[in-house]
Write a protein that binds this ligand. Structure first.
Ligand SMILES: C[S@@+](CC[C@H](N)C(=O)[O-])C[C@H]1O[C@@H](n2cnc3c(N)ncnc32)[C@H](O)[C@@H]1O
Length: 192
């Protein structure tokens, strides 16, 4: 199914203009809840910038990462032009892995993983960004299904979350909207 067929076209959140995207209203409210007054929020997977713009309304600084792959409906120049209007958003055009050295250790308050949706992508992203997270950081992992409830076989976010929880990297605190939300467990994990 073409991506544009299941985008949410609502144009505003709390009176401010937002780009179209897959984040439903409940997701938008959860972004607000967890980003309020945070110093640094990092979003992996920008798409057209819907999440980034909402986050920029509440957090002090937002850095959003997307590789803008060929043939995708999101165009880097257009998204950059849109996001440049928001002084506290920085857009990085790289893969999540290539962007990693842009971040200092123990600097991220909130990490939102919404890039690859396979077990490996979810686990690898959280593992890679783990040293960059503050000890009390929150991680939000966005799941995805088509509007008819079906899911592509390559998307197993739940499997990735289960791995992170089983390995004591993440302690779930809320499952709502399309998000798995957890606190990180730096003291328990052997990953570093
Ligand atoms: C579901 S969309 C993100 C939606 C976005 N958070 C929003 O608020 O609308 C997933 C995005 O992740 C990007 N992506 C997928 N794998 C990636 C990777 N390894 N590195 C960087 N970006 C990636 C895709 O290009 C796509 O734009």
């Amino acid at each position: 199914m073409p991506v544009n067929d299941f985008l949410d076209k609502s144009k505003t959140f709390e009176g401010k203009e937002i780009p179209e995207g897959q984040l439903i209203l409940q997701d938008q409210q959860l972004l607000k809840k967890y980003s309020i007054n945070k110093n640094l929020v990092v979003e992996l997977g920008t798409f057209k910038g819907r999440g980034a713009v909402i986050l920029s309304m509440f957090a002090k600084q937002v850095i959003t990462v997307d590789f803008f792959g060929k043939g995708r409906p999101n165009n880097y120049e257009l998204v950059k032009k849109d996001l440049d209007k928001h002084k506290n958003i920085k857009l990085i055009k790289k893969t999540t892995r290539e962007a990693i050295d842009k971040f200092q250790n123990n600097s991220i308050d909130l990490l939102i993983q919404d890039a690859g949706h396979s077990i490996e992508a979810v686990v690898d992203d959280i593992k890679a960004y783990f040293p960059k997270l503050k000890n009390d950081a929150i991680v939000m992992i966005h799941d995805f299904k088509y509007m008819d409830g079906s899911c592509d076989a390559s998307m197993d976010v739940k499997g990735g979350v289960k791995y992170l929880v089983d390995n004591k990297m993440l302690k779930l605190i809320e499952i709502a909207g399309w998000y798995w939300i957890g606190k990180i467990h730096k003291e328990y994990t052997t990953w570093n």
